[in-house]
Ligand binder design. Structure first.
Ligand code: 3PG
Length: 305
């Protein structure tokens, strides 16, 4: 009987956990749940006998992998796998997967929600604006950005995109692909960031692009804080008092925002993009099915290492 550990410091919705359980029950696997844990020590103990592990943004570093000698597969129920030490996993022969696209609509709806919140002056009562007719710039064109595009179009926004890897996919649906990040940031009223925290994307939102933004630009970040250079963002916001920044997860230097940029930022208290029952069901069940397919059929379709 295969042993699966679901370790989520931010638990799945109960309905999702039930559906995940059904997948494993059908396969005859044993499932253990470690939810709401508060220390790494708890994870290190729980992972000891696990052959498969499902996580969300939980940190799976070398210490966790070394504490799990039986581990064959880790599935990140979600998109970004920057929380997993891929190098150590590979060295130890552990397959790492994500569940691409499964929580994308939830994150996209949050991005649009933040855009509305921002353009309405944080519902402060101050006169705001409307999204209809404004230009939305998509920084990246993965699953989340494609959902943002669908919703933004229905709201009557003009949408442009900068992407290196999905230019044809974007052009094929009539989306205007701009030539550079600088051009995207210069032309957009609202910018929504959808690139992973890796490689050339790390701190790609630096003063080189921020110096081009419009005076009243709204920047939405539902990706990762690492894709933005915080000092450069603070500098840009100080130079142009109309810029707003709304993000899923607070930046490192939250004090600088509190002290100098009042009324021009919003940060979710805890990462909220994928915090819907639907996203939990989609990503969680996909993760469970991928684990069963891996053990029963050797399927490594969503492998990322
Ligand atoms: C993701 O990468 O899938 C999202 O950031 C959601 O992360 P979460 O599962 O920790 O909410």
């Amino acid at each position: 009987m295969k042993r699966v550990l679901i370790a989520t410091d931010k638990p799945f919705a109960a309905v999702a956990t039930k559906k995940i359980g059904k997948v494993f029950k059908k396969a005859g696997y044993n499932v253990e749940l470690l939810e709401n844990y508060t220390s790494k020590a708890e994870l290190l103990v729980a992972v000891k006998n696990a052959e498969a592990l499902i996580v969300r943004s939980d940190i799976v570093d070398a210490e966790v992998l070394e504490a799990a000698p039986e581990l064959k597969i880790v599935v990140r129920a979600g998109a970004g796998y920057d929380n997993i030490d891929l190098q150590t996993a590979t060295k130890r022969g552990v397959v790492v997967m994500n569940t691409p696209g499964q929580n994308a609509n939830a994150v996209a709806e949050l991005a649009i929600g933040l855009a509305i919140y921002g353009i309405r002056e944080m519902f402060s009562g101050k006169q705001g604006g409307e999204l209809r007719g404004r230009t939305l710039g998509l920084h990246g064109f993965g699953f989340v950005a494609r959902n943002v595009f669908r919703i933004a179009r229905a709201l009557g926004m003009k949408v442009i995109v900068y992407t290196r890897y999905s230019r044809e996919a974007a052009a094929a649906i009539g989306l205007k692909v701009v030539h550079s990040l600088e051009e995207l940031y210069a032309k957009s009223d609202v910018i929504s960031i959808h690139v992973p925290a890796k490689g050339e994307h790390i701190r790609s939102v630096s003063c080189d692009v921020l110096k081009h933004v419009k005076d009243d630009c709204i920047i939405i970040n539902t990706a990762r804080k690492e894709v933005i250079s915080e000092p450069d963002l603070i500098k840009a916001m100080s130079a142009k008092p109309g810029i707003k920044y709304l993000s899923d997860v607070a930046p490192d230097n939250i004090k600088a925002f509190e002290e100098n940029l009042k009324g021009r930022y919003y940060f979710t208290p805890k990462k909220a993009g994928a915090q819907t029952a639907e996203a939990n069901i989609n990503a969680g069940v996909a993760a469970a099915e991928q684990i069963v397919d891996f053990f029963e059929h050797g399927d490594v379709g969503c492998k990322v290492n």
